[in-house]
Design a protein around this ligand. Structure first.
Ligand code: AMO
Length: 420
């Protein structure tokens, strides 16, 4: 067995007579366990006496022939280099034995990622994004980047963050919607992994003011079904990837993710309304489902064995201007994807016909002049297209059974948090 060099931070130190056991948190989810024996390595043992929890170090060592620790791989050290010692006791328990309140976890996330549970969540977040990129690259999507400082919003004026852009007012982007659609004038499949900035004032377990989305747009589609298929395949790919690559992390979190069964149920919006009404809920036929109705529907669908399901055919009155309307004018080709009672994505087929799009903007009370840069892209051969936005934090939250969306992002931006 060869010599390994591992760098990290001490998260636990225990002395038992002439033995010191040091747990070092590194980049893998389980700590490395250094066993120092006075008899065997007196110099390193002496050093071990002087260093404590919080110290940043590197060590060279080899795996111990007898592995006794259930927490991580045990090493016999040959060399220890100390890089930094804490100048005061740590404000939180990085070993993870004392559970911290969510508020503390958010404040000290950068320090708590030393603890296996917190680290596991963000290693899996990384896998989720790796899986998505792998899926896209295998399926002919190219990654694009669109501006985050914009002149007009796509998702409604009330949730725009206004900023000063030299002499003009500008906004932080709520969604790459307008830009990913414009790119359908020259690419057939694009995706973007992007922040969404939304000035939503409410404080819920499912909303952030800065969240991340996986956005897709694909052209030359036959129907919205092509888009549903892409999202279904993407979600399945991500979950299978995490199940395959993150066994240890899932074990540390005590989470079992069910492999999704395909095809996901496609429930018509009107069917969802009827189901909810039959359960005694008051539900509007023209508005988006409330959080409560969405949750209730999740319970009903779970009883029928559906964890992931699409709600398709939202009423025009409830959607953004850019979704394609059915012939009846009442319903649209907009859909949501819900995961155990939480909307994790929405998307649909878009209106690609210039005149109809212009009318849709007007009907929604928007000024076409503010969207002229966008409208122009529909003049020169815009094919039928569609796509979706998938919330990274919400997907991670549901996969890992987290209670609050704030547990799924390193640095939280919400109604009350602007630092760290
Ligand atoms: P929508 O507004 O539904 O659709 O957003 C897409 C997905 O992004 C996530 N999300 C959020 N997550 C946490 N906090 C928030 N405040 C927040 N807002 C959105 C959700 C949601 O399902 N342009 C369309 C997408 C499209 O049609 O392509 C859009 O943005 O998981």
């Amino acid at each position: 067995m060869g010599l390994k060099r591992i760098c990290g931070w001490i998260i636990r130190k225990k002395s038992i007579g002439r033995i010191i056991i040091i747990e070092v948190s590194s980049d893998s989810v389980r700590p490395s366990v250094l066993v120092l024996k006075e008899e065997r390595e007196p110099e390193l043992f002496k050093l071990g006496m002087e260093i404590d929890v919080g110290t940043a170090l590197c060590f060279e060592g080899e795996e111990a022939p007898e592995q006794r620790s259930a927490r991580g791989v045990e090493y016999i050290a040959r060399k220890i280099e100390v890089y930094a010692k804490p100048i005061e006791p740590l404000p939180v328990d990085t070993m993870g034995k004392v559970p911290a309140l969510l508020d503390t976890r958010i404040k000290y996330r950068w320090l708590l990622v030393r603890n296996p549970v917190e680290k596991a969540i963000f290693i899996i977040r990384n896998s989720l994004l790796n899986a998505a990129r792998e899926y896209f690259s295998k399926n002919g999507f190219i990654e694009v980047q669109t501006p985050k400082i914009v002149a007009a919003g796509a998702e409604g004026g009330a949730t725009l963050f206004k900023i000063q852009y030299f002499e003009n007012d500008a906004y932080l982007s709520q969604s790459p919607q307008l830009f990913k659609q414009m790119l359908m004038a020259g690419f057939t499949r694009v995706y973007e992994i992007t922040p969404y900035f939304r000035a939503e004032k409410y404080n819920t377990t499912r909303h952030l003011n800065e969240s991340w989305g996986i956005d897709v747009e694909q052209g030359f589609i036959n129907s919205v079904e092509d888009v549903l298929q892409t999202l279904e395949n993407l979600i399945t790919y991500i979950i299978e990837y995490v199940l395959k690559n993150n066994k240890e992390e899932l074990e540390i979190l005590g989470v079992t993710i069910k492999k999704p069964s395909t095809p996901f149920k496609r429930l018509k919006f009107q069917e969802a309304v009827d189901i909810l009404r039959s359960e005694g809920l008051e539900v509007s036929e023209t508005e988006d489902l409330s959080d409560y109705a969405e949750k209730k529907l999740g319970e009903i669908m779970a009883e029928k064995g559906y964890e992931l399901y699409f709600i398709v055919g939202f009423p025009w009155a409830s959607t953004g201007f850019y979704y394609m309307r059915d012939e009846d004018g009442v319903y649209t080709r907009k859909f949501d994807l819900d995961y155990s009672g939480l909307e994790i994505a929405s998307g649909g087929q878009r209106e690609h016909r210039y005149e109809k799009l212009l009318n849709a903007l007007k009907e929604k009370g928007l000024n076409p002049e503010n969207f002229s840069f966008y409208l122009e892209a529909f003049k020169y051969g815009m094919p039928p297209h569609g796509g979706f936005g998938l919330g990274v934090e919400r997907l991670l939250m549901k996969m890992l059974n987290l209670e609050n969306v704030r547990e799924a992002i390193l640095f939280v931006r919400d109604r009350t948090r602007l630092v760290p």
